[in-house]
Design a protein around this ligand. Structure first.
Ligand SMILES: [Zn+2]
Ligand SMILES: [Zn+2]
Length: 457
């Protein structure tokens, strides 16, 4: 614990206790501004009760639930990017009460110029950087996917979601080829369901799938759909998973509860997996490249969701089929297409469900909903965690432990505080790892300054 060094730099970090004796999430930073005012900025925490002394600002790094914007967004002292505010409003169906900025801007927070930086973890995820009375700098990163824009600073507050150097699952690389392969090898044959967080990962998956040339419909629940429409400019044809789909899941409800129970409680933090997709990325990349142009038209054509007629008439690509499709019945068209002109399916020629062609669509759902799909659906989780009972495609919104370590080396702070994930031993493990690498570092769990019920006077 380097509180003396921190104090010499002109910063005090502390935590606050709830009325029930538990600890509020994350932490508070007290410092003097260049004009000599004592200020407190709260970092990724919940609002304080009205009868307690509030901080001068609530900084919200991004809109994931483990950063508590759901609560802080209701304070007029909160600060976050425009995208984070928009995502919070969609996710929680409440009006954001605070102030916003464009990520990358310098904003005036309580008279302090605060520089913001994109960390590429979610749309709008932002780091905050400012200087105190002594000219010493402090930076709060939140979760980080790409630290390349971050400047050097004296005090760094950062994360360790994958910060355990002794856990093999904290070493990973994104495997976008595996996502390509999953689409190319299944689309047109069977329904594909990807399990992904509704904000961040789902939008990234849609972007990748569209970039690879798939033009067919992508189904998702209403909240994910709203977020995707709001944050992905080329989102294409999105369909809300409807009652019919739910009904088809419900017949399997007896088997659902097991998997759901198994997964519940593991969703907010992301420890990772040594496993992953068995296919070699390089091999997949080659096959994607060689087969891509031939497959591209078929992808769009064969994956028509006939749950609505508009989809039927708008999704065709091949010219002859477009002609054929005009005014014909959806289901018969799908029947006609299978195997007759060779264009309807990718690979073996297995046709999509004839009574409900949504069986061969792509779905993106929260991970716990994957269990609702039957065995005829090919299921994947987009994650680096090892603990899901489905095939994993490695796609992370985070730096791995090597990336985090390199980030700290580049920023070269005088003191580093590992403040996230809240209530995780990874903060301790990563701070020890930094100390071994010659840095002064401590974890949120070691903070001994605790304020109890600082009531308004
Ligand atoms: Zn996050
Ligand atoms: Zn987080």
């Amino acid at each position: 614990m380097y509180s003396k060094e921190l104090a010499e730099l002109g910063f005090v970090v502390f935590r606050r206790q709830n009325d029930n004796g538990g600890m509020k999430p994350h932490l508070f930073i007290r410092f003097k501004s260049k004009d000599g005012r004592l200020l407190t900025f709260a970092v990724d925490t919940t609002r304080l009760p009205a009868n307690q002394n509030p901080p001068d600002a609530y900084l919200i790094t991004h809109a994931h639930s483990d950063h508590y914007g759901k609560s802080a967004m209701l304070s007029d002292k909160s600060w976050c990017s425009e995208e984070t505010a928009r995502a919070l409003e969609i996710r929680y169906e409440k009006t954001y009460q605070g102030q916003t900025f464009k990520t990358g801007e310098i904003v005036d927070i309580c008279g302090v110029p605060v520089q913001t930086f994109d960390v590429f973890h979610t749309p709008g995820s932002s780091a905050f950087y400012w200087e105190n009375e002594l000219g010493n700098s402090i930076m709060v990163t939140g979760d980080v996917k790409d630290a390349s824009l971050l400047p050097k600073c004296d005090v760094l507050l950062t994360e360790a979601s994958y910060g355990d150097p002794d856990d093999l699952s904290c070493y990973f690389k994104d495997d976008i080829s595996a996502l390509h392969h999953a689409v190319l090898s299944n689309v047109g044959k069977r329904r594909i369901a990807f399990g992904a967080y509704e904000f961040g990962k789902s939008q990234k998956a849609v972007s990748i799938i569209r970039e690879m040339g798939y033009n067919g419909p992508i189904s998702m629940n209403g909240k994910t759909l709203s977020l995707t429409e709001s944050f992905v400019s080329n989102a294409g044809d999105l369909i809300e998973l409807g009652i019919e789909d739910s009904a088809s899941y419900s017949v399997r409800s007896a088997t659902l509860s097991f998997s759901q129970t198994q997964i519940t409680g593991q969703i907010n933090t992301e420890p990772a997996a040594p496993g992953g997709v068995s296919i070699q990325a390089a091999a997949v990349a080659v096959s994607v490249q060689t087969s891509y142009s031939a497959v591209q038209v078929n992808l769009a054509e064969s994956d028509i969701d006939c749950s609505s007629r508009a989809d039927c008439s708008s999704s065709t690509v091949g010219s002859s089929r477009a002609d054929d499709s005009s005014g014909t019945d959806c289901s018969s068209r799908v029947d006609d297409s299978s195997g007759t002109d060779g264009s309807s399916t990718v690979g073996s020629g297995t046709k999509c469900g004839t009574d409900d062609s949504s069986d061969c669509s792509i779905c993106i759902v929260p991970v716990h909903e994957l269990a609702m799909f039957g065995r005829d659906t090919q299921k994947y989780v987009l994650t680096c965690r090892p603990d899901y009972p489905f095939e994993i495609i490695k796609l992370s919104d985070h730096l791995d432990v090597d990336g985090l370590t390199q980030m700290v080396k580049n920023i070269n702070p005088r003191v580093t505080i590992i403040y996230h994930p809240n209530k995780s031993s990874r903060t301790d493990r990563f701070s020890k790892h930094l100390i071994k690498n010659g840095f002064k570092a401590f974890s949120i769990n070691q903070i001994q300054n605790i304020v109890k019920n600082e009531k308004l006077s």
